[in-house]
Design a protein around this ligand. Sequence first.
Ligand SMILES: *[C@@H]1O[C@H](CO)[C@@H](O)[C@H](O)[C@H]1NC(C)=O
Ligand SMILES: *[C@@H]1O[C@H](CO)[C@@H](O)[C@H](O)[C@H]1NC(C)=O
Length: 205
Amino acid sequence: MDARFRTAVLLLVGLSWACGSPASGCRPRIPPHDQVARVARFVAHQCDWASMATISTHKPVVGQPFANVFSVSDGAPGTSSGVPYMYLTRMEISVQDLQVNPQASLTMSLAQTDYCRQQGFDPQSPLCAHIILSGSVMEVNGTEAEFAKKSLFSRHPEMMDWPTDHNWFFAKFNVTKVWVLDYFGGVKTVTPEEYFQATPFRKHN
Ligand SMILES: *[C@@H]1O[C@H](CO)[C@@H](O)[C@H](O)[C@H]1NC(C)=O
Ligand SMILES: *[C@@H]1O[C@H](CO)[C@@H](O)[C@H](O)[C@H]1NC(C)=O
């Protein structure tokens, strides 16, 4: 058997085993790797946090990339919008970078879930699906801020108790390009249009 094919078979067997195991419960299944936009939406919805790189405004690394951790949500579990929302304060080091240059890169990986460990995929392996979003961070308000609040607070309940004097605000990542590593053969890209049109989950019959 060809090594890649064998990996694919093992992957399928592993997934049906994981889903059949009563202890694990049935987690939503990752879409097929060639449906790249769907995989991207799946990863974006499964991850509760992301690594966000900004262009630093802080000495001694002014102008250099600076990656930091942020809690994100693109919707309450099962309600995926594809838009990563964040709850930010201007007191925060990376948010200070964003005020000078809102451009950023947001990385999410299924290594953050049980999936890669259970499948035996190293985080750097493309089989451990991960995405890199390019774009910018912008404050949201009105009905979009309401949606951001529901999305974030349902998945990060302690946010409700974060100190009010920090002047938290809701923001979204404005996606301009999606980079997907979900299989061998190099990175694949998805346009924002393809990304937002894709459905992250299988349709149930
Ligand atoms: C809402 O956000 C938009 C764009 O970010 C901004 O132009 C507008 O002034 C904001 N409105 C309020 C009430 O903050
Ligand atoms: C998102 O970013 C793109 C590219 O920089 C920009 O053209 C677009 O206006 C931004 N979206 C919003 C809602 O501001």
